[in-house]
Structure formats: structure tokens, C-alpha cells
Design a binder for this molecule. Structure first.
Ligand SMILES: Nc1ncnc2c1ncn2[C@@H]1O[C@H](COP(=O)(O)OP(=O)(O)OP(=O)(O)O)[C@@H](O)[C@H]1O
Length: 852
């Protein structure tokens, strides 16, 4: 145990939120019951503290963290929370020890630590409530271990976007001076007919499109700094490609390791991951490979991966596409819960059902690149009615408005655009604007809206923005699979509840006398975290009979010290380049090892094809009468290593690219780290496969059993395969699979033709001979021939009456390879290898640039 640990007991009280010690039993004015209570607390405190110290000694705290000083410890009924201070710079780190050891998370280890800081992110403790009013066990799960991030409002003004219009040499304007505001705590739908510009607008707001753009985007009323903003936001694309051969937990841990940085100990990351998976309903699938997840689960995992660093802004492109209605509803309910946590959730959505539609708080409607409505979802029908477009009863307003915007009821767009410009829809933007009000005035003609608890949304939607309060996600019997159903079922109730809630004032307070960031723990019934989440304003403490004072500390996105405008401006990925490289390398190794198609089948095919070639050319290696067959065998070896290295890369890299683009644009890691990891992870496998193949052939065909020749032959074939793999990488980086599959063989065939096997170098016309110098197959084949027949090899055995090519040197002359030098061929292949890898890197960079 480190000697440097000092403990300052600042607070042990579970009933006081200040930092006082519990009353001493012999203090004047202390009653017996107070005395007993104090004793109880003291022993609980001592126990918790002893356990915690053990944790420090035992658990996987890093060396630096072991040498930190305890500066503050607080005992709550949830557990003991201690602030540690790094000796070097005094920055804070939290350690949490729950009193309740049932709180086992992460492979059965005690949830004993709470992470430290990440860019001043402080993790709030997780709090749970296990009882419901009727005494049923009901878990309350909130995303409270996530790093704190600041809430963000996005405002855009006069955004216009044009693209070059194909061959017409003109420009096509996709967005025409659109303005709007998406607030934190709300879930916003961007809707409109196909081609209206929804994805374009979202790409611009997410910072994915930055060129040919005019207008401004403001973040919390300040001009957007794109780099800072990208660190605060994530974009979850429609076709979310996940790495196939990782389990859900592994994928999450990679995300946590990359996004939470080294300031957080691995155990704390584990806690964060477990909490998110539990909350998002993937707890039962933690060990499932991502390729085996259902569509809805994949979507949830995509969200979970991005939630790890708690981005205050989340963009979703068509999150419901490809999902059944029930899963859509659960998903949107989940997004709504996330919005209630203070996040700004923006989704493009095509044609939601009425039930789904009314889950959104805010609607931004586009048609022909112009805004035709912005305001509350419940304001849409009265807004349309006020312009003479009465939504028929029993008609889905979402369908109706798309019909209107598509011109099915006449030329409506100019009228709607005019109405927006003249401020007609401003009144529907007001947070208090809702269907109850509208119904009362008899404005809404739509029965779907009237019927279904629509007043709830009205109320809830803007509770969060001001408070950054999160709707607690309730899980019946704490069964994760029920999570989303519970969310869905509770969503309306939550909304109701939130109307009656006083905003919790959860503040991350800066301790005045230390650098430790301290969160006001929910230690008492009247603590700021302990607010009602039940109907009628009853506190959960009250309804649970006071036995469990812990209430869902519902905020998952707290005001943090991190300011949107003061975030560091440097490229600043959460982890260093080396860490990124290392994590990605391990991930690549793991996925390659598990890939049945890429690894197992490839290895098997190398062995089997090697054996077949060995059988066909059996024992020809030292036979002069079969010297041409042997040359054919050597040529085929070069060819096989070329194609088996190139084609799998062409086929798989575009998929990896999709994952890379998503993760890179969401600020997980740099292109360099990805590219180096990818390059290095592939090489050992390629070397092993090619070597196995070559050795099998070499042995069966009775090539000279000299170590030098064997090594040279294997080396040149391996280099040849690495070059082919690099070419595959280049093609895969630049093209889609279809084009790559065509282009790969097409670019290789000329190099085969100029390899010197089919046409002697001397026979090739002078003006084409230069091509042989860029033919990597030539270097591979020539080097292999030299390693077999060069270096003054002795005469070959001849089984026939006459063998024309008994002298290997003469044979090389006959093949126009008399001047060939093995090391020249090897160095040439190495040079081409590096050149192709460098070019592929720049192609990737260019592709990334083009995406924006
Ligand atoms: N790079 C481009 N070059 C030419 N036209 C483009 C380009 N990008 C987008 N467009 C055009 O801009 C319009 C809006 O595209 P966008 O993808 O934003 O529409 P959308 O509303 O998301 O459509 P959908 O709902 O069908 O996905 C479309 O007509 C599209 O063809």
C-alpha cells in the first residue's frame, strides 16, 4: 500500500450534503439514537474505507494513481466516494466504493472505482432505486457514470449549399438560406420529401460538409469552431457498419479505450461500458458477435458505442430505416430518453407512423431545400390548418405534411416558405405550445394527435433543455431485454413525470480548496439529486417508504467545467497516436484471427493448393528434362501468392473503410493510427500464409534443399505477396468492391505478361520494355528463378537421352535472366511495397477529404 496516502475525512454524513464529519458520540447534545446512528455510520465508513484502500493496493489502478493522495472522502448510502489527487499536477481523480457489494459490475469485480477525469470530465456516481410504490422490484438506471459534457444548442442561419451540377458546368442549390435552432434536451426530426435536402442539412450541421457553403452555424450562440464541435458530437449513419468479429462488450471496450483516454482507469471504463449496455438493453448480448446482432440491436450498439464519451450532440441519419414498427418505437423512445438527459438529438426521418411522429419534440420540415415548418411537433397540424391545409381525421400528420410538401394539394411550398419567413410558425416553437392548448381551442382536427397522450410531449420537451435532466430509464425487474420496452412504455409517463418535476440542480462544483472536482452527491432525501420522478410529485424516497433514500440521479449530461467555447483547439484525439495505434492493432489482430473467411479459409486454401501444385509438379525440381515444367511451377507460385494476397484485401477493405470513416469522423482516432495498425496487423498473416504455401510446394517439387536457396525463395515470394496485398489495399481504399474486383485482376494481368515467363525480355519490343521494370510479378518471378537456378547451381539430373537445359546458368540465359540479381529484385519489391502503401495512405486521405 502506498505510504503517501493521506486521508482527510471531510464528510461521512448521509444526511448532510455539506462536508462535515458525523457527530462524535460524546459530543454534547447528542441523543442515544443519534449516538447509535453515528456509531453505525462510523463502522460503515471504516469498513468502506478499509475496502477502498485494499482496492487501491489490489485493483488495477495505474502506478501513477497509486501514488495519488486522498484529498477527500465522502460516504453516501450508495458507497464511499473519494477524491484522489495526482501528485504531479494536482488534477483530480475519483474512486468509488459502493457499500452494496451486489453492485458487481464488469466480470464480477466490485464496482470499487470511479474514474478519474477526462478533459475535466467528472463521473457522477451511479445511483439506483430498487423499489417501486407497490413494493415491486424496479430498477432505475441512469447513465450517470458517463463523463460530464456541456449541453449544446445548435443554431444555423441562412445556410445555403450548392454543388456542381454534373456536366452542365453550373451549380445546383440544394439548400436555400435555411435557418433554425435545435435545442438541447429535445429530439428533433428533420423531415421532408425525398431529395428535399435533409441529409445535406444534417451533414452540414454535423460538420461533415464544409465546402460550397454559406451562412453560419452557432453553438450555444457562438460561432462554431468545427474541431471543438466535432469533439462534442457524433454522427450515427444509416448503414452503420460494425466490426464483425468482435463481441458487443469487446467493441464497447475498444470505444471506451479510444474515447475515454488514459486518464480513466480501465476498471472505470468497464463500469461505463456496463452501464451503457445495461441502459440500452444490450446486457444479454454482451458476448454476442456484432455480426450476429439483429438490426435493432445493431442500431442500439451503434448508439452505445457513441455514448461512451457522452456526446452532447447526436445526429442520426434515418435511425429507423430497416426496422419493424415496434423496434422503431423503442429506438425513438431511447433517443428521446437520451434527449431528456440534456443531449441535442437530431434525426432525419422519412415517414414515421403517427405514434412515432409524436415522440419527437421538435420538427424541422424541408421541401425543395427550404424550410417549410419549424416548431413543436404538435404545432404542425394547427400550423397547416392556419394556412388552409386541414389534416383529415385519422390521417397521419407526418404523411399529410409530406403530401402537402410534395405538392399533392397544389403548389404549397412557396406559401409555406412565406409563412415561415413571415414568422407564422414562431408561435408553434414555444415550449409551452402543445396539443392540450390546441385541443382546447379546437384547432386540431386530427384525431390521432388528439387521442394519444399528446400533452405529455408538450410538457416534457423543454423541461430538459433548461435543466439538462435525463429521463431515468426504468427496467422492470432489471431485465435488460425489457429495457427498451420499459422505455417505450414509460416514455409517456416519463414525460408526464417530468412536467411535475422541479428541475434538479445538479452542479459539478469545483472544490475551492483543491483541484478536485466534486459532484454534489445525492446523499439526502432533500439533496438536489433526490427529486421526484413519480406522478403527483411524490418523491421516490417517499414512495419507497424511505428505506431506500436513493433516487435516480437522472442527469446524464451535466454542466461540466468543459466549455464548448474553451475546449482545446488542437486536433486532440482523446488518446495519443501510439495508444490509438496499439488499440487498433490489437483489435485488428483479434478480428483477423476470428475471421473464418479471411483467415481460416485462407490458411486452408494455401495448404491445399500448395499440396495440389506439389502433386502436379511432383519431384520436377532437379530434373533437367522437366525444367520448363519447373519454371511453370515457379511462375504459378508467384501468381498464386499474388492473387491470394490481393483479392481478399480488395474485398474486405471497403467494409473496413466504412467502419474507419465512421469512427474517424466521430473523433475516435487518426487516419495515421488506423493505417499503421491496419498495415502492420495484416503483414504477419500474409507472411505466414505465403510461407506455408511456398514451403509445401518447395518440398513436394524437390527443389534444392539448401537453406540459402529456401530462404531466398520464401523471401521473394513473401515480398511478392506483400506487394500484391498493398496493391489490393490501394484499390480497396480508392474503389468500391465492385470496381475493385474488376480492377484488381485487370491491373495485374499486364504485369504477368511482362513477368518474363510468357515472353522473354529480349523479345519484348524496346519501346515496351520499360513496362517490365514496373511489373512487380517480374521481380517476384525473376528472384524466384535466381534463387532456384542461380548462384552457380550444379548440373541438373537428366532422365532422358538428351536434356537441353542441364546447366542452370544456361537456362537462366535462355530465359534472359543472366543479369538478374536476387537482391535487386528483393529491393525493387520492397520499394514498390513502400510506394504502394504510401500512395494508399494518400488515397485514403483524399477519400476522407472528398467525404466532406
Ligand atoms: N454531390 C451532389 N451532387 C449533385 N446533387 C447532389 C449532391 N448531393 C446531393 N445532391 C442532390 O441534392 C438533393 C438533396 O439531397 P439529400 O440527400 O440531402 O436529400 P434527402 O432529403 O436526404 O433525400 P432522401 O430522403 O431521399 O435521402 C437531391 O436532389 C440530391 O440529388
Amino acid at each position: 500500500m502506498p505510504n503517501s496516502l493521506e486521508l482527510t475525512l471531510i464528510s461521512c454524513s448521509s444526511t448532510e450534503s455539506n462536508n462535515a464529519l458525523p457527530p462524535h458520540p460524546h459530543s454534547p447534545g447528542i441523543t442515544n439514537s443519534q449516538y447509535e446512528e453515528a456509531q453505525r455510520r462510523r463502522s460503515a465508513y471504516a469498513e468502506a474505507y478499509a475496502d477502498m484502500l485494499q482496492d487501491v493496493a489490489k485493483c488495477n489502478l495505474h502506478r501513477t494513481q497509486r501514488s495519488m493522495s486522498f484529498v477527500q472522502t465522502k460516504l453516501t448510502k450508495n458507497g464511499c466516494v473519494s477524491a484522489l489527487q495526482r501528485p504531479e499536477d494536482g488534477t483530480p481523480c475519483w474512486l468509488r466504493k459502493p457499500l452494496n457489494s451486489q453492485n458487481n459490475l464488469c466480470n464480477g469485480r466490485l464496482n470499487s472505482t470511479t474514474p478519474g477525469t477526462l478533459n475535466n470530465h467528472v463521473l457522477a456516481p451511479k445511483v439506483q432505486n430498487n423499489s417501486s410504490p407497490n413494493g415491486q422490484k424496479k430498477g432505475t438506471i441512469s447513465l450517470s457514470h458517463l463523463p460530464q459534457r456541456p449541453p449544446v444548442d445548435i443554431e444555423f442561419r441562412d445556410i445555403s449549399y450548392s454543388v456542381p451540377d454534373g456536366h452542365l458546368r453550373g451549380f445546383k442549390t440544394i439548400l436555400k438560406s435555411v435557418s433554425g435552432k435545435f435545442r438541447n434536451g429535445q429530439i428533433t426530426a428533420i423531415m421532408g420529401p425525398s431529395g428535399a435536402g435533409k441529409s445535406t442539412l444534417m451533414n452540414i450541421l454535423a460538420g461533415y460538409k464544409t465546402s460550397q457553403l454559406s451562412g453560419s452555424v452557432l453553438i450555444n450562440s457562438k460561432e462554431r469552431n468545427l474541431r471543438r464541435f466535432r469533439k462534442l458530437s457524433c454522427y450515427i449513419m444509416q448503414d452503420d457498419v460494425l466490426i464483425a468479429n468482435l463481441t458487443v462488450r469487446e467493441a464497447m471496450m475498444v470505444a471506451a479505450n479510444l474515447k475515454l483516454g488514459k486518464n480513466m482507469i480501465s476498471y472505470a471504463k468497464c463500469v461505463v461500458v456496463e452501464e451503457i449496455l445495461e441502459t440500452i438493453g444490450l446486457k444479454e448480448s454482451v458476448n454476442t458477435l456484432t455480426c450476429n446482432l439483429s438490426g435493432g440491436q445493431r442500431k442500439r450498439l451503434s448508439i452505445a458505442l457513441e455514448l461512451v464519451n457522452n456526446p452532447p450532440v447526436m445526429f442520426f441519419d434515418e435511425p429507423t430505416s430497416g426496422l419493424d414498427s415496434s423496434t422503431c418505437f423503442q429506438l425513438i423512445s431511447l433517443l428521446k430518453s437520451l434527449a431528456r438527459g440534456g443531449r441535442t438529438i437530431v434525426c432525419t426521418i422519412h415517414q414515421p407512423s403517427a405514434r412515432l411522429f409524436e415522440k419527437f419534440d421538435h420538427l424541422y420540415l424541408l421541401a425543395q431545400g427550404q424550410c417549410v415548418y419549424e416548431g413543436r411537433v404538435h404545432g404542425l397540424v394547427p400550423y397547416l390548418a392556419s394556412l388552409g391545409y386541414e389534416c383529415p381525421s385519422y390521417h397521419n400528420p407526418a404523411d399529410y405534411v409530406l403530401e402537402v410538401a410534395s405538392g399533392e394539394y397544389g403548389e404549397a411550398v412557396p406559401k409555406l416558405v412565406e409563412a415561415v419567413k413571415s414568422g407564422t410558425c414562431k408561435k408553434y416553437m414555444h415550449k409551452d405550445y402543445g396539443v392540450n392548448l390546441a385541443n382546447a381551442k379546437g384547432i386540431i382536427a386530427n384525431d390521432i394527435i388528439k387521442g394519444n397522450g399528446s400533452g405529455t410531449d408538450n410538457s416534457s420537451a423543454n423541461t430538459a433543455p433548461s435543466t439538462t435532466a435525463a429521463a431515468t430509464i426504468k427496467l422492470e425487474d432489471e431485465k435488460p431485454p425489457k429495457a427498451l420496452e420499459a422505455i417505450a412504455d414509460d416514455a409517456d409517463a416519463d414525460a408526464d413525470e417530468l412536467t411535475e418535476l422541479k428541475p434538479p440542480k445538479l452542479e459539478a462544483q469545483q472544490s475551492q480548496n483543491s483541484d478536485c472536482s466534486v459532484i454534489n452527491m445525492p446523499t439526502t432525501n432533500d439533496d438536489s439529486c433526490s427529486f421526484s420522478s413519480s406522478k403527483g410529485g411524490q418523491s421516490q424516497n417517499a414512495v419507497s417508504g424511505g428505506t431506500n433514500p436513493v433516487v435516480g440521479c437522472m442527469t446524464s449530461l451535466l454542466d461540466s467545467h468543459e466549455s464548448v467555447v474553451t475546449l482545446p483547439n488542437k486536433t486532440g484525439f482523446p488518446t495519443s497516436g501510439w495508444t490509438q495505434f496499439w488499440i487498433l492493432l490489437k483489435r485488428s489482430f483479434r478480428t483477423i484471427m476470428r475471421d473464418k473467411m479471411l483467415t481460416h479459409m485462407r490458411l486452408a486454401s494455401h495448404v491445399i493448393v500448395g499440396a495440389i501444385i506439389g502433386m502436379i509438379y511432383y519431384d520436377v525440381g532437379n530434373e533437367a528434362s522437366k525444367i520448363m515444367s519447373n519454371a511453370g511451377c515457379i511462375f504459378f507460385v508467384s501468381l498464386f501468392t499474388t492473387f491470394t494476397a490481393m483479392m481478399p484485401t480488395i474485398l474486405t477493405f471497403p467494409t473496413e473503410m466504412s467502419v474507419f470513416v465512421r469512427e474517424h469522423l466521430n473523433y475516435w482516432y487518426s487516419l495515421k493510427a488506423f493505417y499503421f495498425a491496419k498495415t502492420i496487423a495484416d503483414i504477419p498473416f500474409q507472411i505466414v500464409f505465403s510461407s506455408v504455401f511456398v514451403l509445401v510446394v518447395y518440398y513436394l517439387t524437390s527443389q534444392p534443399m539448401e537453406l540459402e536457396r529456401i530462404s531466398m525463395f520464401v523471401l521473394i515470394c513473401v515480398l511478392n505477396s506483400l506487394v500484391a496485398q498493398s496493391l489490393g489495399l490501394l484499390i480497396g481504399a480508392g474503389m468500391n468492391i465492385e470496381t475493385g474486383v474488376f480492377l484488381g485482376p485487370v491491373t495485374t494481368i499486364p504485369t504477368i505478361l511482362f513477368s518474363g515467363f510468357f515472353v522473354n525480355f529480349d523479345t519484348i519490343p524496346a519501346y515496351l520494355q520499360w513496362v517490365t521494370y514496373v511489373s512487380y510479378v517480374r521481380y517476384g518471378f525473376e528472384g524466384a528463378m535466381v534463387s532456384i537456378y542461380g548462384m552457380d547451381r550444379a548440373k541438373l539430373h537428366c532422365n532422358e537421352i538428351y536434356c537441353h537445359h542441364r546447366v542452370p546458368k544456361k537456362f537462366l540465359e535462355w530465359m534472359s535472366m543472366e543479369d538478374a540479381r536476387f537482391w535487386v529484385d528483393a529491393v525493387a519489391l520492397l520499394g514498390i511495397f513502400f510506394a504502394l502503401r504510401i500512395i494508399a495512405y494518400f488515397v485514403l486521405r483524399w477519400k476522407l477529404h472528398m467525404i466532406r
